[in-house]
Design a protein around this ligand. Structure first.
Ligand SMILES: Nc1ncnc2c1ncn2[C@@H]1O[C@H](COP(=O)(O)OP(=O)(O)OP(=O)(O)O)[C@@H](O)[C@H]1O
Ligand SMILES: [Mg+2]
Length: 144
C-alpha cells in the first residue's frame, strides 16, 4: 500500500476502530506502527480496531502493566501491542527484548508511546498521530 500523509477526523470510538481495522487489512506482515498521542487520545482504541482487522477475536486491552501483549494471527505470525509508557529509554526497552518485536518479518507491531525509543524504531515505521480535538473527536494523521 502506498500511504502518503493523510488526515481525517474521527467522530467516535467506533470510527477510530473502523479506520484502524481497514488500515490493518491493507498492510503486509512486518509492518511497525508508531502511535503518537497524549494520554487518552485513543491509541488503545486504535490498537483494538487494528487487531480486529488482522482477524484477532480475543479482547484487546491496554498492555500498560505488561509492556507487550502478544496475539497469534489466524494466518500465522503475530501481532505485538506494545505500551512503552513506563519505559524510560531505548536501553531499558532493549533490556526486555523490544528488538525482537520490532524486527519480526511475519509480525505486525503497534507501539504506544514510541517517543520513548525514537532512536531505535525501525526506518520503515508507519507513523500515526492521534490528536484530541474534543470529547468525541480525534484527528488521525497517517505519515507513511
Ligand atoms: N473519536 C474517538 N476515537 C477514539 N477514542 C475516543 C474517541 N472519542 C472518544 N474516545 C474515548 O477516548 C478514550 C481513549 O482511550 P484509550 O485508552 O484508547 O487512549 P490511549 O491513547 O491508549 O491512552 P493511554 O496513553 O493512557 O494508553 C476512550 O475512553 C474512548 O472512548
Ligand atoms: Mg493506551
Amino acid at each position: 500500500m502506498n500511504i502518503e500523509k493523510k488526515t481525517l477526523i474521527s467522530r467516535s470510538e467506533v470510527e477510530t476502530e473502523a479506520f484502524a481495522e481497514n488500515l490493518a487489512k491493507q498492510l503486509p506482515g512486518g509492518t511497525v506502527i508508531a502511535l503518537d498521542g497524549d494520554l487518552g487520545a485513543g491509541k488503545t482504541v486504535f490498537a483494538r480496531g487494528f487487531a480486529r482487522g488482522l482477524g484477532i477475536t480475543e479482547p484487546v486491552s491496554s498492555p500498560t502493566y505488561t509492556i507487550v501483549q502478544e496475539y497469534k494471527l489466524p494466518s500465522g505470525g503475530m501481532f505485538y501491542h506494545l505500551d512503552l509508557y513506563r519505559i524510560s529509554n531505548a536501553v531499558s526497552a532493549l533490556a526486555f527484548g523490544v528488538d525482537e518485536f520490532l524486527n519480526d518479518p511475519d509480525a505486525y507491531a503497534l507501539v504506544e508511546w514510541p517517543e520513548r525509543i525514537d532512536n531505535i524504531m525501525p526506518p520503515h515505521t508507519l507513523r500515526i498521530k492521534i490528536k484530541h480535538l474534543s470529547d468525541t473527536e480525534r484527528e488521525l494523521t497517517v505519515i507513511g
